[in-house]
Design a binder for this molecule. Sequence first.
Ligand code: ZN
Ligand code: ZN
Length: 477
Amino acid sequence: MKLQFCGGAKTVTGSCFYVDTGKIKFIVDCGAFQGTKELDDLNYEPFPFNPAELDYVFLTHGHFDHCGRLPLLVKQGFKGRIITTQPSRDIARIVLLDAAGLQEEEYKRWSAKPKNGNGGNGGYGERGYGNHEVRPPMYTTDDVNELMTYFDVYPYGDSVDFRNGVEFRMRDAGHILGSAMFEFWLTNGDGRTRKVVFSGDLGQSGQRIVKDPDLVREADYVIVESTYGNRTHRNKDETLLEFLSILKDTQQRGGNVLIPSFAIERAQEIIYELNLFFENRLLADMPVYLDSPMASETVKIFRQFPNFYDEDAQRLLEKGDDPFHFAGFHETESAEDSKRLIDKRGCIIIAGSGMCTGGRILHHLENNIGSSRTSIVFVGYQVEGTLGRKIVDGEPEVYIKGKRMEVRAQVHTLGGFSAHADQNDLRYWLRGFGHTPRRVFMVHGEADVAQEFADTMKEELSVDTHVPSLNEVVTLE
Ligand SMILES: [Zn+2]
Ligand SMILES: [Zn+2]
């Protein structure tokens, strides 16, 4: 039995793992690489397997770094089925349509521009890497719509036996709504069965809305993420108290609170916390605007699947409280609606993109960053080189839409909102397997972080650990 690491190896993005049991071929995830020009280039490399020969794709969740290259499979002859949960299918659809739309738009804009030898200003929306030629879209809206006909959805907890040597069960990974880990019982041509577990992205324990990650008790091989394999998150309760006091202080100053946020999960989590602040009368008379059509779309998906919520969120529903709505909460639709927020004062605006690399947050920053009454609250990780990172790093002046602007706003970073397990959560999850795994592979982490985590776990659990390189092939005995 062969396992190949076709992405998410010594890097966080591009998750894709190819398995050939000798009878059946499948992959787990088919994510896009993101972050730098070099990583983006990998999206245009051919797959190290033939998509036309794949029987299945198992999708752990709807984030772009796990689903972003799915439409390419179909374009290259994939005829199998894509297996995931209902929310993951619907979230993947939103994410992929957004990506296709951005690529089409950017390419159209770039193609229409007179060329001056500089090759345009490069990059697709979130992925602006400076001056390089904008490539044709990897796929279009039509390709995404075609892809959606290949999905089959299953609930958590049911063992499904395809009677071809592949049996699987999805468990709750507690990362974003519908996120799954996969347990596989794989039988090769000689009739030997091995249990292989893919963690997908694991959530932080105690995270809002979603449940804590399920524990798995036994496996021959484990493929585990390691994004935060070398650090622990800040305490969630402290984060919430800090958040509340920032909101109150800004209200007193008569300023606006800007929250740059990712559209999937993070935005819903922030709305969830704000709902509790307002419903519990910790805060009042401070209008909240969700200025992100993609986040609004995702709220709709969250509303459709309350059975995927954790106990606390379900209890709110039972009490008759909609966790994603409260008095003073507004959602903007059109770009005109968004621009009308310019005159507002004393309000909270949640907008994308999460790292201020594009989207509606830009005109809100343009409008507010020069005022000392404003608070900018970062609730997610800011990659080096992004506008968000520059603001977090305290640069006195930044460029917004080509205009130099003085940063007079108060800048805050809230560390407790991560949707990823930290080292303690990962350790707890891995301990669930006891000494049963023959080998544990650390993926979905930067090389040094994954290695540190691998070394720590090797010592603590006395199991064999390994950090695979990109495209490395291993045999599962
Ligand atoms: Zn994820
Ligand atoms: Zn991921």
